[in-house]
Design a protein. Structure first.
Length: 238
């Protein structure tokens, strides 16, 4: 692989599919037709960090975090695209995103900026989202980006995060969803039915979340159609 190969970390297969079909190399890494590497890792910091290291082993010279996030800033609606200036851990550690890459990519898409928080768990309640917005000033939250940024820093590689908002700051993330999902983000229908049977009042928020999810998927697809995530990673030769 060339040193200017981009490696993209996705938690979920549903997020990665927007990037296009991949040829499987070594688990969890696949290759897009243009040579861009993609790792679909499952949710959480440790899985994302392992995926980032696998991408570097496969030849990636830059790392990107790609997928969905929960909104913390009340001004961000479902489907909003975020190109964060930095990602922060829940401990306050900050990791800047590569400015040149962000600038080149932002010239091709309409995106919001700000801080992206990485949490160890899903943030589901409106009250918890508001508290994190006040305490961290992060505009959105995910569960992977800070870990990917740390691996990039360890290896001296450019890093960027591209996230779209799925649940806004005013949306409740139903506990039934988190109870029914496995670490790879797959929903187990019988778990979901069982969780809803115990909390039938979560049906309405679940239907609303499905609408938000469709909006977020449309945004991911729109970014991918531009085809500029990897193209904008490195400055063009003079």
């Amino acid at each position: 692989m060339a040193l200017n190969t981009v490696g993209i970390v996705c938690a979920l297969a549903s997020e990665a599919r927007h990037l296009g079909p991949t040829v499987r190399l070594a688990e969890p890494v696949g290759s897009l037709p243009d040579g861009t590497l993609v790792a679909t890792t499952g949710m959480g910091r440790s899985a994302a960090a392992a995926g980032a290291r696998a991408l570097i082993t496969a030849g990636a010279g830059a790392l990107a975090s790609w997928g969905m996030a929960g909104g913390l800033d009340p001004s961000l609606a479902a489907g909003a695209i975020l190109l964060p200036t930095e990602v922060v851990g829940i401990d306050g550690s900050a990791h800047p995103c590569e400015a040149g890459w962000r600038s080149r990519l932002s010239s091709t898409i309409t995106a919001q900026t700000g801080r992206l928080l990485t949490s160890a768990k899903a943030v589901g309640s409106v009250e918890d989202k508001a508290a994190l917005f006040r305490s961290t000033r992060a505009v959105a939250v995910d569960m992977e980006s800070a870990a990917i940024a740390e691996v990039a820093e360890e290896h001296g590689l450019p890093f960027i995060a591209v996230r779209v908002v799925v649940d806004s700051a005013a949306d409740v993330l139903p506990r039934a969803v988190t109870a029914a999902a496995d670490n790879e983000g797959h929903l187990h229908i019988w778990r979901l039915i069982g969780a809803l049977a115990l909390a039938p009042n979560e049906l309405a928020p679940l239907i609303q979340l499905a609408r938000r999810y469709r909006a977020a998927n449309r945004s991911l697809a729109a970014i991918a159609r531009k085809g500029s995530l990897a193209l904008s990673a490195f400055p063009s030769p003079a």
